[in-house]
Write a protein that binds this ligand. Structure first.
Ligand code: FAD
Ligand code: NAP
Length: 337
């Protein structure tokens, strides 16, 4: 059913108001196909929404917003060591993590408590605590908005990269993911090498953690560090961590010896965007109802009734100062509309 002039305020974790011309909640690919055939729907103006935890609405949207609410998780195939699981796009990501943890299937426990839906997880190849979706991804299915053609994407088709995929680049806002398949393990040992995680487990004297121990640890660490979007509006990290060449990093290190580096998959050097922002004095800084979290400079918060446009303006001021001080252009992780 199509709802007219619908409010998105409760459908985005920044909690900003934006009105959409048409809104529909759908539960299957067939329902989507029927919706596309509706004469009121302009296929040039369609936006898919999951939990709204990685999106900033800066204005009203003169088109159709579709919320996918399909919610099935099933085991497709099982071998001695692996399990192939298919989850609908509307499944809450953390419910899929729990499904695996409860059955002692290993792989995605480091991605516990990342907000959002399964359908959005491939868009930016969600990652945390040393793992990313691509490590366990098998394939996904969905439909192209303009043509209505259905397609299955293999892992290589998706062109996963650091917080990116083909769906954030070439097919940005062109393809709707309806289900995702992951291959998880029945025999792997959890990976606890990420510093924040290993420190936590040592402190708790857990020497040989189970998959559940790791999931519980990540839950506790995240709850202690990150603002809860049900209480304070935010969309997690606003910017990606910049990836630099060896040369650029060396000149930065000469000026800022305390800068921390991490190796990236491409052999380049990843540095912390949070550190750059903090060095510019923006940790805990506020303008009206917009500010960075006092605990985490990379998280921009709506502390009250900020608008999307005010949040974007605040983010652009941070971006400008980081560019002026370090010569580094931060790239938004949050999807801006
Ligand atoms: P939405 O915000 O609804 O949508 C995000 C984008 O995906 C939009 O462009 C939308 O159009 C598109 N999209 C959504 N569903 C579909 C679909 N079915 N088909 C096609 N396109 C679709 N991210 C991390 O990677 N790691 C983290 O550790 C992490 N921590 C976070 C912590 C907090 C407190 C918050 C608020 C966010 C965090 N995020 C993190 C960001 C966010 O959780 C992820 O990006 C998540 O995958 C977004 O899911 P969503 O369903 O809310 O997507
Ligand atoms: P943190 O552990 O101190 O990490 C700060 C930053 O340094 C992270 O962005 C992380 O990069 C990078 N980093 C730290 N250790 C690393 C390592 N061993 N190898 C490679 N990179 C490393 O603090 P945090 O901000 O609470 O983050 C914890 C984890 O949760 C991180 O993986 C982070 O990505 C994730 N997280 C993501 C979001 C989001 O919205 N995207 C929000 C909150 C937390 P990576 O981001 O590449 O991991």
């Amino acid at each position: 059913m199509l709802h007219k002039n619908h409010s998105l305020k409760k459908l985005n974790t920044f909690g900003v108001e934006a009105k959409v011309k048409l809104f529909a909640e759908v539960f299957s690919l067939d329902e989507l196909t029927n919706l596309f055939a509706d004469e009121k729907v302009d296929r040039e103006k369609i936006l898919v929404l999951g939990s709204g935890s990685n999106i900033l609405f800066t204005k009203d949207f003169d088109g159709l917003v579709i919320k996918l609410s399909s919610s099935d998780i099933k085991i497709i195939d099982e071998t001695t060591n692996t399990v192939l699981i298919e989850a609908d796009a509307g499944v809450i990501w953390n419910d899929l993590v729990k499904f695996c943890v409860d059955r002692n299937f290993g792989g995605i426990e480091n991605l516990t408590l990342i907000p959002g839906t399964v359908g959005a997880a491939p868009i930016q190849n969600i990652g945390a605590y040393g793992h990313e979706l691509a490590d366990y991804f098998d394939s996904l299915k969905g439909i192209f908005i303009k043509s209505g053609n259905r397609k299955t994407f293999s892992k290589s088709d998706c062109r996963f990269a650091y917080r990116s995929s083909i769906f954030k680049e070439e097919f940005k806002n062109e393809f709707i993911i309806s289900s995702v398949r992951l291959k998880v393990s029945k025999s792997s040992k959890p990976n606890t090498s990420y510093k924040g995680l290993s420190d936590y487990l040592s402190k708790k004297e857990i020497a040989n953690p189970t998959i559940k121990d790791v999931s519980d640890a990540v839950t506790e660490i995240r709850r202690s560090k990150l603002p809860d979007p049900t209480k304070i509006g935010n969309a997690g990290s606003f910017f990606k961590n910049p990836v630099l060449s060896e040369n650029s990093f060396r000149s930065l290190k000469a000026e800022y010896p305390d800068i921390i580096k991490f190796s990236s998959d491409s052999g380049q050097i990843k540095i912390s965007a949070g550190w750059l922002i903090e060095k510019c004095g923006w940790r805990g800084k506020r303008t009206g109802d917009v500010g960075t979290s006092p605990d985490h400079a990379l998280i921009i918060c709506n502390f009250g009734n900020a608008t999307g446009a005010e949040i974007l303006e605040f983010a652009m001021r941070i971006k400008e100062e980081v560019a002026n001080k370090f010569g580094i252009k931060l790239e938004e992780e949050v999807n801006i509309f």
